[in-house]
Unconditional design. Structure first.
Length: 149
């Protein structure tokens, strides 16, 4: 079956690091596109934490609105962790992150059947370095649009 395209307003990750330190994506404000939708596709977390920061709420509301108006659309929330900690700990932490993002999207109006979670633990880093910049980038949950079923 042909997948539903992700709308342009949800395609780009528009994070902008606050201050002069690009290694702090968890503090990054999100930019608005011309339609007013947030274009954030990743939610970033503090070290050893699965709480969704309020800064990401507008982006999650945008995803929820899109899902609510497109009931055949589905997203997979992929939880990730940095390389520190054991593999089993990181898998559990990544699952908690994905689950919390899922719950936020559902609380904003998406149907629970439209949002599934997957823990990737430390297996899919965005950056492969062994420093704070890499670790900060890898502590995340990604919103991935799936094909229609």
């Amino acid at each position: 079956m042909v997948g539903q395209p992700v709308p342009p307003e949800l395609q780009q990750d528009m994070r902008v690091a606050s201050g002069n330190n690009p290694a702090t994506p968890v503090d990054a404000p999100m930019q608005l596109d011309s339609t007013g939708l947030r274009t954030q596709r990743s939610v970033y977390f503090e070290y050893n934490n699965a709480d969704v920061k309020a800064d990401f709420d507008p982006a999650l509301k945008s995803h929820a609105r899109y899902l609510a108006t497109n009931p055949k659309s589905r997203v997979r929330i992929e939880g990730n962790a940095d390389e520190r900690g054991s593999a089993s700990f990181n898998n559990i932490l990544a699952l908690k992150r994905a689950t919390n993002v899922r719950q936020a999207i559902i609380s904003h109006g998406a149907n629970e059947k439209q949002v599934v979670v997957k823990s990737l633990g430390e297996a899919k880093p965005k950056l492969k370095g062994h420093d704070e910049e890499s670790w900060a980038e890898n502590r995340r949950a990604d919103v991935v649009y799936e094909r229609e079923e």
